[in-house]
Design a protein around this ligand. Structure first.
Ligand SMILES: NC(=O)c1ccc[n+]([C@@H]2O[C@H](COP(=O)([O-])OP(=O)(O)OC[C@H]3O[C@@H](n4cnc5c(N)ncnc54)[C@H](OP(=O)(O)O)[C@@H]3O)[C@@H](O)[C@H]2O)c1
Length: 412
């Protein structure tokens, strides 16, 4: 069955006046502030213009369970919202969840016009455009929809595909090595690049590593150096329950941790370590992969999705990343490349089910950024129809966030 593309081009709104377009740009910037802290909800930004098209209120959805962007912006606008325009990055909601419906709040505030970017893709298209129109509000959708969809790609992916959006991140030399032949690997990339990884972690709901990485590096997988960042869920994929032991750094109190093991694994020792952990740590039992080693990655993503995880940062290593690519479960690749040559040593990506050039997974570079001496390359896209690698899709994400030097190596 053909999958709907969460970031397929949307019809634009050519009649939208300049003030609304500028307000939408501002709303997109505001929305990006919520990355990493709103799941399972989308990121949303809102700007309220008065009758004279002056900005009188701004807001963004800051955390799940908290007020929606429209509510923040309307509160700031007060009476100035009456007869004005609300510009919002996502179709206002129409349901009463933990907060009231935004369609009702906009009507009550006396807003005359609502301009939104992306329609709510939820089941039964449960957005509030119809309710607003029925209440006499002038409603228009589609303004800067592609930019808004790109900024919300994790949430849109999760709604449309029923699994989190997966970013595979790696750090390597210019010749694609992640370590030297003797396996020494510290300081391949610069402090700037390593700090940027913490921004990526802060924007993700979960950070994932394989048992090989857990054994080799004892990684921490939490965010450092970004004040106020919401810590992601740390996930270690450890089929035999043999790689994470008492005292592992992922068991500290900085962030919650989940260790995924096979249903039939003897996890007695691990369960003891999780019980004694300083922080919140739990065991997740999953079926083994039907083909090849390890756990069923689809079941892993489904279990994370059920826990509200909408975006996953896959930090490797190469074996686990190869399995994700082979399963068509990588939506975006972020490579940190250092101008360093090694000539030998492990490659960034392991076996990915590709044996001939015709099966190569060809991506599209969506962004390149210099970070100190290094390059960050972001690539998105999918395989040609008919190959085993169904699927990546995606678009650039917002790149807002701190970029402070970190003392830690990229593997941790
Ligand atoms: N430069 C970088 O960006 C970077 C990032 C991370 C790691 N690294 C380096 O990479 C090395 C470790 O990589 P690695 O390839 O040996 O190990 P890995 O990819 O971290 O872990 C692989 C292991 O994950 C487990 N696993 C569970 N389910 C799986 C599945 N469906 N498919 C594949 N594996 C699954 C398997 O072991 P079980 O079945 O026994 O659990 C497998 O052996 C370390 O030296 C580390 O320093 C580098």
């Amino acid at each position: 069955m053909r999958q709907e593309d969460p970031v397929a081009p949307h019809p634009q709104a050519p009649s939208a006046p300049q003030a609304e377009r500028e307000a939408m740009r501002r709303a997109l910037t505001l929305a990006a502030r919520g990355l990493g802290s709103t799941s399972p909800n989308p990121v949303v930004g809102c700007v309220v213009l008065d009758r004279a098209r002056r900005t009188v209120g701004e807001g963004w959805h800051q955390r799940a369970g908290g007020p929606h962007a429209e509510v923040h912006a309307l509160a700031e606008a007060g009476d100035d919202a009456r007869g004005g325009t609300a510009v919002v990055t996502l179709e206002p909601c129409d349901h009463t969840g933990r907060t009231g419906p935004c369609s009702r709040a906009l009507v009550d505030a006396g807003v005359a016009r609502v301009v939104y970017a992306v329609a709510d893709p939820g089941p039964g298209a449960a957005g509030g455009a119809r309710t607003l129109a029925a209440a006499g509000v002038d409603v228009e959708g589609g303004l800067l929809a592609d930019e808004a969809a790109a900024g919300n790609v994790a949430w849109l992916t999760s709604v449309l595909r029923g699994r989190p959006y997966v970013t595979w991140k790696y750090a390597a030399t210019l010749d694609g090595r992640t370590a030297a032949a003797d396996r020494s690997s510290r300081w391949i990339t610069s402090a700037e690049a390593r700090a940027d990884v913490h921004r990526l972690r802060a924007e993700s709901d979960a950070v994932l590593a394989g048992s090989g990485t857990a054994r080799a590096d004892d990684p921490h997988l939490a965010v450092r150096g970004i004040p106020g960042a919401v810590q992601p869920l740390r996930v270690v994929v450890d089929s035999e329950a043999a790689a994470v032991g008492a005292g592992a750094r992922v068991l500290d109190s900085v962030a919650p941790t989940l260790v995924a093991v096979a249903r039939d694994a003897d996890a007695a020792a691990l369960e003891g370590a999780l019980r004694d952990a300083e922080g919140e740590a739990a065991l997740l039992r999953l079926p083994r992969a039907s083909e090849g080693p390890g756990l069923d990655l689809g079941a892993l993503l489904a279990a994370l999705h059920a826990r509200g995880v909408r975006s996953v940062l896959l930090e490797g290593g190469a074996t686990l990343a190869g399995a994700f690519v082979a399963a068509g479960l990588v939506d975006r690749v972020v490579g940190y490349l250092a101008p360093v040559l090694l000539g030998a040593g492990p490659a960034a990506l392991g076996e990915a089910g590709i044996s001939t050039i015709a099966q190569a997974l060809r991506l599209t570079v969506s962004e390149t950024v210099r970070l100190g001496p290094d390059l960050r390359i972001t690539a998105v896209g999918g395989a040609a129809p008919g190959t085993a690698h169904a699927a990546g899709h995606v678009a650039t994400t917002a790149t807002a966030g701190a970029k402070k030097p970190s003392e830690q190596p990229e593997e941790s």
